[in-house]
Design a protein around this ligand. Structure first.
Ligand code: ADP
Length: 188
């Protein structure tokens, strides 16, 4: 079954790869960052609540994020598989995801860890900032997001490592090559 997570630091290319892999496997790519950005754009209550945290490069409070993910995973299209991008992002969210999936009678099959070194990440994010003008892509906020990843998200990898679910993939190089690497890793 394809119930997958993709984890990696900001700028590692998770969003790009998630869309391609999900397409290939015929499952929905569920990106918490995308859901938040859509809500911010549409000025929904959820968007209004999340905006200040996102602009500062901090995590949105779990109380908001958990409910959003719970509702999304319960939707029909996610019943037979999904690729979750951007969640869980701290150890409390790992526990919450376990609970959500338990209620659905499901479990995670594999966790993709996309890696790239810090200098490359900052360079990519600054490039994207210039192109897209995402409001959380200023240099100061980028450095803060990398710190948040190291402090809050990286520790949860040990949980999935203990469960022997992690497949590590090098995120450097051509986008197509990275996609090929991921698809290979998923066969393991
Ligand atoms: P990136 O991969 O570049 O860090 P995302 O699009 O995944 O960007 O996320 C953008 C922002 O959305 C994060 O910096 C954070 O503020 C918020 N966010 C996304 N997912 C979560 C989550 N699981 N918990 C809390 N905040 C989140």
């Amino acid at each position: 079954m394809n119930r997958l997570l993709i984890i990696g630091p900001p700028g590692a290319g998770k969003g790009t790869q998630a869309a391609r892999i999900a397409d290939k496997l015929n499952i929905p790519a569920i990106s918490t960052g995308d859901i938040f950005r859509k809500n911010i754009k549409e000025e929904t209550p959820l968007g209004k609540e999340a905006k200040s945290y996102i602009d500062a490069g901090n995590l949105v409070p779990d109380s908001v994020t958990n409910n959003m993910v719970r509702a999304r995973l319960a939707e029909e299209d996610a019943r037979d598989g999904f690729l979750l991008d951007g969640y869980p992002r701290n150890t409390a969210q790992v526990a919450e995801l376990d609970e959500i999936l338990k209620e659905l009678g499901q479990e995670i099959d594999q966790v993709l860890l996309l890696i790239a070194d810090n200098d490359e990440l900052v360079e990519r994010l600054l490039g994207r900032a210039a192109e897209q003008g995402r409001t959380d892509d200023t240099e100061e906020v980028i450095r803060h997001r990398l710190k948040v990843y190291e402090e809050q998200t990286a520790p949860l990898l040990s949980v999935y490592r203990e469960r022997a679910l992690i497949q590590e993939v090098d995120g450097l190089g051509e986008i197509d090559d990275v996609t090929t690497r991921i698809l290979e890793a998923l066969k393991k």
